[in-house]
Design a protein around this ligand. Sequence first.
Ligand SMILES: Cc1ncc(COP(=O)(O)O)c(C=O)c1O
Length: 434
Amino acid sequence: MELRWQAVEQHLAAHLATHVATHQAAHQAAHQAAHPTQHQAFDHVSAHATSPVQPLIPDPVCAYIYDLPALTQHVQQVVASLPPRCEMYYAIKANSDLPILQTMAPLVAGFEASSGGELDWVRQHFPDAPLLFSGPGKLNSELASAIRYRVTALHAESRHELERLRALLPPGVRMPLYLRVNLALPDLRATTLMMGGKPSGFGIASDQIPALLDWLHGQPAFDLQGFHFHLLSHQLDPDAHLALIEQYLIQVQDWCERFGLDARRVNVGGGIGINYRQPDQQFDWPSFAQGLHRLLAAYPAIELLRFECGRYLTAACGYYAMQVQDIKTSFGQHYLVGRGGTHHFRTPQAQGHSHPFRIMAQEHWPGPRPELRQAKVTVVGQLCTPKDVLASDVPVQRVRVGDVLLFPLAGAYAWHISHTGFLRHAEPDWLVLR
Ligand SMILES: Cc1ncc(COP(=O)(O)O)c(C=O)c1O
């Protein structure tokens, strides 16, 4: 997805100007209310008779900005590149904010939810959207919601889960079902975030699938439609991902043939990565899409290949902005203290990277402006933990208090994975480009 820096910076600049003006007007009004006689004297008698209102330096700003036109264009391109028999769902765990979901709804085949809260959220706002229910540790109350909401498919994580689901299904109602499989693959190339391909709490180990298929044979409450795989996230290599998907297809064909199943739909999960460390080297989606065309042509018996991507769809539409509120040097190392922190934007901490950012110079700042030139800086936030670091050892030309640090690639697993209750700091501002 193209990063539209200029549009984002313009939008943010307008917000900052309003912020300063609103802050100063509020301060003036508060001062006036507290010292009415002084103001009368100031207004009507003599400008020198009393002390004027001291301008208060406004609090620095932090904000999320979502670029919805960029999101639309990106998702349209991704979906248009898919071959026939292939569809794209959106895994809303990446970012379930309403402007994002409203933008996505007409573009994707549906939504994937991984909790009762996500199911409720989708149904509340999109009563008719196709909806998948997956995720580990499903509660009975969540299974009951899935039945009530008539989900498009439920991804079962264990036989015990299926037994609980069966007990909840009303007579005559069949649940469209995929089995979530943890497939052992000896040659699987690991990424930095693995959910399977090795012992894990996710899905059903592939060596247990034959016994489960035998059991399912006598269960009319379940309409087994296919299999679901999500072994990893952060995939940056299109060829490796195509090879992985091919392994899924081979396995599904094998089970269908061996057990006489008509369950040739394959949900291949999400997992396409974002390169935070080298932002100009992103996953080559066009080459991946070409490979998908070839792959599906080679497996005509596969009825449907379904994606449920999160990160790759929304990461690049989001930005997190922090205004610098202090600059410090500690034993030779320089620190920018930003308004906000990892309680809003935990992505760099969660993935263990130094997040890229741009400095948006602010010409006007109504307070003192310590500055650094030609230095390496580490960006920290407002939390009382040494883990509140967003970027480390980044060379900068010049940075001042009041300048804005703008972090791109903040539209997925950002706000929604952050420990927002820590220290009860205020939320960031929310800005949307439409
Ligand atoms: C079952 C499942 N599907 C889809 C996704 C989305 O993955 P990604 O955001 O890497 O595309 C995840 C992420 O954890 C997942 O667990």
